[in-house]
Design a protein around this ligand. Structure first.
Ligand code: NDP
Ligand code: MG
Ligand code: MG
Length: 330
């Protein structure tokens, strides 16, 4: 399909954080008419204005829009939809999500007249923007939940194309598949699995009497080199580049660390995601004011690997360690 045959809806982006800002900038550069919806006086309002967008309260921003992208944190989307979007969106407009959680688990039951679609970039917002700017894209997965107008698929493809996702790859999915695989990926492998693996490896070395600085380089710093090889050419490419000794160690020791028991516990994590247990607990945690979340986060921030890491990274002058807001704004 050629780009010119795709529709060009007017778009309201609600939320201007990691995804919101990247989507708004990419879509505007792709020729879409973009308005930003934000609660007045919030911290990101000034950023959206500085980037040249017309910024309105969500209820106002969505009134004229053909397509409304819900890019606030997942846990506030239910309220934003109920209070600002459902009463104000045009009949037959399109409601878009970048993660299917609220729709899949029934926390948002969209109006029957609305097309409901998903376009989920497989990467953080800063990368969605950076890749677009250099003429590349982040792969996007897309889905249609409901399609009363018959235009939902075309709208999803137009939006994904405008984000730059079509330059990389677009894959059709369902809200169920995106929600469950996204949660599983971030919990078992990307965020939860990887950080726990690194912390455990660091602890084992330091508790055995090795220097924390050397442990840091071994289990955290060098991980980037390995992940870059995974990204370029899979595990095959990693095996090509590491020594024969490292390969042999990989074959005999990797399965001792990640064994059948680990895999069974990954299945338990997946079951909790699939049957809604994880989401039910997360909603309750959010409603309780994040007591456990804050405690877990503090434990990660206080971990000894963070202390030594901070000292060692101070010597790596080439690192971009600007604050998140600046990095995203770059
Ligand atoms: P952020 O936490 O970065 O979103 C923050 C934005 O939401 C800010 O502009 C904030 O405005 C606004 N906001 C917060 N509360 C409200 C509210 N009550 N009313 C209106 N606006 C509000 O979110 P993400 O970009 O991380 O996530 C957005 C969606 O994208 C989620 O569905 C997420 O799952 C999905 N996603 C995220 C990815 C990521 O890498 N982060 C990757 C792929 C999908 P204010 O300045 O007022 O606080
Ligand atoms: Mg994800
Ligand atoms: Mg996610």
């Amino acid at each position: 399909m050629t780009q010119s045959s795709l529709p060009k809806p007017s778009i309201a982006i609600v939320g201007y954080g990691s995804q919101g800002r990247a989507h708004a900038l990419n879509l505007r550069d792709s020729g879409f008419d973009v308005t930003v919806g934000l609660r007045p006086g919030g911290p990101t309002e000034a950023k959206a204005k500085a980037d040249g967008f017309s910024v309105k309260a969500p209820a106002e921003a969505v009134r004229e829009a053909d397509l409304v992208a819900v890019l606030t944190p997942d846990m506030v989307q239910r309220q934003v939809y109920a209070e600002a979007l459902a009463p104000n969106m045009k009949p037959g407009a399109c409601l878009l999500f970048a993660h299917g959680l609220n729709v899949h688990f029934g926390m948002i039951e969209p109006r029957d007249d609305l097309d409901v679609i998903l376009v989920a970039p497989k990467g953080p917002g800063a990368l969605v923007r950076r890749e677009y700017e250099i003429g590349r894209g982040v792969p996007c997965i897309w889905a249609v939940h409901q399609d009363p107008t018959g235009k939902a698929k075309q709208l999803a493809l137009a939006y994904a194309d405008g984000l730059g996702g079509a330059r990389a790859n677009l894959i059709e999915t369902t809200f169920k598949e995106e929600t469950e695989t996204d949660l599983f990926g971030e919990q078992a492998v990307l965020c939860g699995g990887a950080s726990s693996l690194v912390q455990a490896g660091f602890e084992v070395l330091v508790e055995a009497g090795y220097q924390p600085e050397i442990a840091y380089y071994e289990v955290l710093h060098e991980l980037k080199l390995i992940v870059d090889l995974f990204y370029e050419g899979g595990i095959t490419r990693m095996l090509e580049f590491v020594s024969e000794t490292a390969q042999y160690g990989d074959y005999v020791s990797g399965p001792r660390v990640i064994d059948a028991g680990t895999k069974e516990r990954m299945r338990e994590v997946l079951r909790d995601i699939q049957d809604g247990t994880f989401t039910k607990n997360w909603v309750a945690e959010h409603e309780a004011g994040l007591p456990n979340y804050n405690r877990y986060k503090q434990a990660d921030l206080d971990h000894p690997i963070e202390v030594v890491g901070k000292q060692l990274r101070a010597k790596m002058v080439w690192l971009d360690n600007s604050p998140k807001e600046q990095k995203e704004a770059a």
